[in-house]
Design a protein around this ligand. Structure first.
Ligand SMILES: Cc1cc2nc3c(=O)[nH]c(=O)nc-3n(C[C@H](O)[C@H](O)[C@H](O)COP(=O)(O)O)c2cc1C
Length: 245
């Protein structure tokens, strides 16, 4: 039985479960039934209140269209303008006024307004004038800052994830965290806040992608150390969430 081995350990957690290493069988037939069953909790003491049909078609339409699972990432035709939209919606400045004191607010909430996250775009394929390589998202200037250019081979991409169906993707967005920005203020609770914030960012990106007809897949099955290594991140800043597109 072959299995994917994933390292999930960050120094910022005290979690030493499975020594920070988990093993998932590659063949889903080898998974126990309990991994496949989706649970729904139900309280039946009182009669449930049937919720009325709600208005607000636009957002609902996006949620219904969203697909983030295997097989849905075929042929993503990504333009720089769509990528710009995804980044802006994901972690960009909100564009509020200085007078409101919101000129530095982002499209997501942030515990303690610390904004611990950074966003990197790895392009395996060319997107308009952006050559394959690795870019940092400059939030303030809403720019892509090239870190280096590189033609990624399948072997290079397979170091990032062993999941073969992703090796043909246009690229990936890695959300990293500079943990100290939040932990300095909130102690170890900050770690939790950081992961929650990354979830906000990812969902915004996924829904922005949906609006532009681009399926974005969050992937836990990555080798984050390999992803960090290529941009030379140290222990101060680590990958917390990676999305393929
Ligand atoms: C945190 C997180 C990690 C995930 N990691 C993987 C992954 O490693 N491989 C994969 O194929 N899908 C991954 N997914 C996608 C889920 O498999 C997918 O969301 C789920 O099957 C439901 O399908 P849907 O998103 O199309 O509704 C991940 C999703 C989340 C939220």
């Amino acid at each position: 039985m072959t299995a994917f081995l994933y390292n999930f350990f960050h120094n910022e957690t005290n979690d030493r479960t499975e020594k920070g290493l988990i093993s998932i069988p590659e063949d889903k037939n080898d998974w126990p039934d309990s991994w496949k069953k989706i649970e729904y909790k139900h309280y039946s003491t009182f009669k449930s209140i049937v919720l009325p049909k709600s208005n607000g078609a636009l957002f609902k339409e996006l949620l219904v269209k969203r697909r983030s699972s295997e097989g849905y990432m075929l042929d993503n035709n990504i333009t720089l303008s769509a990528l710009s939209y995804i980044l802006q919606c994901g972690y960009g400045l909100q564009g509020g006024t200085k007078e409101e004191g919101r000129e530095e607010s982002r499209t997501v909430p942030s515990g303690g307004k610390r904004y611990p996250l950074e966003v990197y775009v790895y392009l395996f394929k060319r997107v308009n004038e952006c050559k394959p390589g690795v870019y940092h998202y400059g939030v303030k200037s809403h720019t892509l800052e090239p870190i280096f250019f590189k033609d990624f081979s399948y072997e290079d991409i397979s170091l990032f994830t062993p999941q073969k169906w992703l090796h043909d993707s246009v690229g990936m967005i890695s959300v990293t965290s500079v943990f100290s920005r939040t932990i300095e203020k909130y102690g170890s609770m900050g770690y939790r806040l950081i992961l929650l914030e990354a979830g906000h960012v990812a969902q915004n990106m996924i829904l922005a992608g949906t609006e532009k007809g681009i399926n974005i897949i969050p992937i836990a099955g990555i080798n984050s150390e390999e992803i960090e290594k290529v941009i030379g991140l140290g222990s101060r800043e680590r990958v917390v969430y990676t999305l393929f597109l």
